[in-house]
Structure formats: C-alpha cells, structure tokens
Design a protein around this ligand. Sequence first.
Ligand code: NDP
Length: 253
Amino acid sequence: MFDLTGKVAIVTGGNGGIGLGLARGLAAAGARVVVAGRNREKSAAAAAELQKLGPGGALAIEVDVTEQRSVEVLVRSAVERCGGLHILVNNAGINIRKPPHEVTLEEWRRVIDTNLTSAYLCSHAAYPHLKGAGGGKVINIGSMLSIFGAGFAPAYAASKGGIVQFTRACASAWAKDNIQVNAILPGWIDTELTRTAREQIPGLHDSVLKRTPAGRWGAMDDFGGIAVFLAASASDFVTGTAIPVDGGYSIQA
Ligand code: NDP
C-alpha cells in the first residue's frame, strides 16, 4: 500500500524546506525523485542526499516554474531520463509580505505565477504522462492561508486559496483517468520562507507556539509521511481533499 518502487516523482522546489521533506519520504518509499528548482547547487546537493535514501535514486533538473517552456522541458526530460511519470508534487512557492494597498502589480503577478499558475503549468504538462501510465497522483501545497485571511499576505493568500480550488477541479476532471489530486496545507514550518517571516513579523515565533496544540513549529520531515500516503495506492479513493499538516493549528479556537 505504501510502496513506491518503480514510480517516478517530480517535486518542484524539492531542493530544500518542505519540498525536500516531501522528497525524502518519496525516496525512502522507493520512488525515483526528480528535484526541480532554479538553484543548481542546492538541487544537486538534495539529489545526492536523496540518492542514498532508497533504491529509486534521484536526479536534479533545473526549472523556473513560472515559465511554460521551462516546465515543458522539465516534464519531457524527466520522462525521457526516468522512463515515465507517476507523481507530481507542486510545492515551489514564495511570499511577499505587504498589505494589499502596498503590493505592486509586478509583485502580485510574481507570487500568483510562482504559487498558482505554476501548478497549472506543471499539471497541464504532466497530465498526458500520468494518464498514459494508467493513473497517477498530483499533490499540491497550500497553506493555512488557504483557509484563513492575513492582512500581510494578500497575493499569497489568493494563490493558496486558488490552489485548493484548482485541486478540486483537477480531482474532478481526472478521476476517470485514475489520477488522484490532493492538497496539503502546512501549518507554520521552520524553513527559509518562515525564517524571513519571523524577522518581518514581530512576536510571530511565540504566537505560533502558543496557538499550535502540538506546542512546536513544524519541521520539514513532518511531510514525508503525508507525501507517501498521497502518492501511494493507500490513497486511491482519496481525491480533491486539502489535508492540514499543522500540529492542530487550524482546529484551535
Ligand atoms: P523554501 O523557501 O524553503 O522553498 C521554496 C522552494 O521553491 C525552493 O526550493 C525554491 O527553489 C522553489 N522555487 C521558488 N520559486 C521557484 C521558481 N520560480 N521555479 C522553481 N522553483 C522555485 O520554502 P518552504 O519549504 O517553506 O515552502 C515550500 C512550499 O510550502 C511553498 O509553496 C510554501 O508556500 C508552502 N508553505 C510553507 C509554509 C511554511 O511554514 N514554511 C507554510 C505553508 C505553506 P530554488 O531556490 O531552487 O528556486
């Protein structure tokens, strides 16, 4: 039920943070993992690490997920070099923290393109290969801001709300092709992205600790298990969901 031997997975932004945590889970369960990011050195280091975790191995392919041509090259190279594609993880993301009246159009577009349009581009390019393989899995990364509002992150919240609805649309369209599409909604996780948030938002570190029933920030390795579940046959009747991985943050009154 949880064996990914023989499966090929692309993880965008798989070279660090949550993406690397997801990739570690997939690699340990036997998948061959394609680490897809912009930073070649980081991606090569992540692939070298993943290589040691399981029999499937790993490789790095450079991509800018905001560029259609770059995404198409990524998917084509992954299929050619690995012999197919079964799992797509749309994880790459950025945030620009400003109130709505201060966000420029360029900033708005950069966040939406990186967090939301990227999921469309990658899913669109991957679909024929997933369908051709007889089925597959798409895992999209949302956020607590898929659920809650936040005055400091309007473009990010719009992109992450959109991710949940895009997940449902794809799940509905592709169920007949045996492709399951689900979203993960991380709580507050200790990564590069939130290190800057802690610098920019006074009191954030302690307020997260106080509100999270688990009493801690999340870690990248909190994502290996959910990645394996959503990528494996264990979840074949699970589609269109948005599963919080948040230590209880979203159920706290
Ligand atoms: P990181 O900043 O650690 O990682 C972001 C990743 O995205 C990097 O690997 C980066 O790779 C990649 N990336 C960014 N832009 C592009 C691009 N244009 N093309 C290709 N890759 C790109 O952040 P996290 O690990 O924290 O975030 C991962 C995901 O989880 C994001 O979608 C984020 O919104 C989401 N999330 C994070 C939370 C947290 O608390 N940390 C909470 C909720 C959601 P490279 O540098 O090589 O381009």
